[in-house]
Ligand binder design. Structure first.
Ligand SMILES: Cc1ncc(COP(=O)(O)O)c(C=O)c1O
Length: 382
């Protein structure tokens, strides 16, 4: 490697390995502070736990505009468990429409099918999304439950969730709506009082930038009432039990107080940044798009469906997604990700999550430029 290239890469290298992968994501400063000071000082049945729970619930209600009648539930398990919680707490006779626009949306539908549910799938090619018109046409078949995905992490596609919810409600206000917001919650303005989903779920290790120690699902009053009519709900995913405990600022089984403290700290951090965080996320993905265009690369997502929390970008000829990911780690101390599943070889995925600054994104993209422009040299061809 020439001295010039080595100096360039050294100047662009992050001092410690920095996560730019779409989850688990780099911890935010507020979360890091909680972790550095954490000591176990009370049990989950102590008054202090209830105070902590109440504060976290209050901040969730404020940040996501959750009406009094709905309820945020806080868990020590990850987001996928909440896919299954929806199954356990809805009648087995329910006819469900699920999406397949990538691996995660497909998997949620599969979870229902594996439990013997009647599930119809509305699919789109990878990179494409679902338009309100496409959903509207499908709804004529008659459903009790529609499962949507706000942001498909395997492809970097975001859906216009407000418009899709409107279409469902217009078709029939009786249809329940579940939304997987695992990789977007926190990054865009979501008002639960206007969106009115019945289940809105996410994991903590994405835009919340917390270690993988929990998840949240906001449930509507009618979803809670419906659950009471369902038999054989099991134990760990019994929504009725979780709601009954949450009313007393408790949880049926142990949820780490660390989870509560991290969520509270992150929500306060979000509130301090305010709506500017939505613009920052857009600026980060705009920089990713501009970088791709500058290098003659393209996004997997179709125009209009670009995710605000990650971009899936093609790799230059002769490179592979895993190869560029490994090079970014070696030369820049930056962890990006290859494309997902069948797109792994031809793409990389770069997150725009948590508290990542425009300066940090600029540094990463400059570093990737240096790598791709000097690929042969870095790989021993000269
Ligand atoms: C959109 C989406 N849904 C669900 C999941 C599963 O979440 P978890 O691994 O937290 O259970 C993921 C994980 O990456 C995801 O990206």
């Amino acid at each position: 490697m020439t001295t010039e290239l080595s100096t360039t890469l050294e100047s662009l290298k992050f001092p410690d390995l920095k996560l730019f992968a779409p989850g688990p994501h780099e911890l935010s400063p507020a979360v890091r502070e909680v972790l550095s000071k954490y000591r176990a000082t009370f049990t989950h049945r102590a008054t202090e736990f209830k105070t902590c729970y109440e504060e976290t619930e209050h901040l969730l209600r404020e940040t996501f505009h959750v009406p009094e009648k709905d309820r945020p539930l806080i868990f020590g398990h990850t987001g996928s468990y909440n896919w299954e919680m929806v199954v356990n707490n809805t009648p087995s006779s329910f006819r469900t429409l699920s999406l397949d626009i990538g691996s995660f949306s497909k998997r949620w539908g599969q979870v229902l099918a594996d439990r013997g549910r009647h599930v119809e799938i509305l699919s789109a090619d990878w990179g494409d999304g679902i338009t309100p018109d496409a959903l509207q046409a499908e709804l004529s078949k008659g459903y009790d439950l529609v499962l949507l995905i706000h942001n498909e992490t395997s492809t970097g596609v975001a859906l216009d969730i407000e418009a899709l919810c409107d279409v469902v409600r217009h078709r029939s206000p009786d249809i329940l709506i579940g939304i997987d917001a695992v990789s977007i919650a926190g990054a865009v303005d979501v008002r639960i009082d206007q969106l009115q989903p019945d289940y809105y779920l996410w994991s903590l290790q994405k835009d919340f930038s917390i270690p993988t120690i929990g998840s949240v699902m906001i449930v509507s009053d009618r979803a809670m009432r419906l659950a009471e009519t369902v038999e054989n709900r099991g134990y760990v995913l019994d929504m009725v039990e979780w709601v009954a405990r949450a009313e007393k600022h408790q949880t049926p089984m142990t949820v780490p107080d660390l989870t509560l403290r991290c969520i509270s700290a992150r929500l306060r951090e979000m509130q301090t940044e305010g709506d500017a965080r939505f613009d920052r996320h857009r600026a980060l993905t705009d920089a990713q798009h501009a970088w791709a265009e500058k290098h003659g690369l393209y996004l997997l997502s179709k125009p209009g469906f670009e995710s605000p929390t990650l971009s899936t970008i093609s790799v230059p000829d002769g490179l592979t997604g895993p190869g560029l990911t490994a090079a970014a780690k070696e030369h820049l101390n930056a962890q990006i990700a290859p494309g997902y599943g069948s797109t792994a070889e031809g793409y990389i995925r770069i997150a725009a999550m948590g508290m990542t600054s425009e300066e940090e994104m600029g540094q990463l993209l400059d570093g990737l430029t240096a790598i791709i422009e000097n690929w042969d040299q870095l790989n021993g061809a000269s």
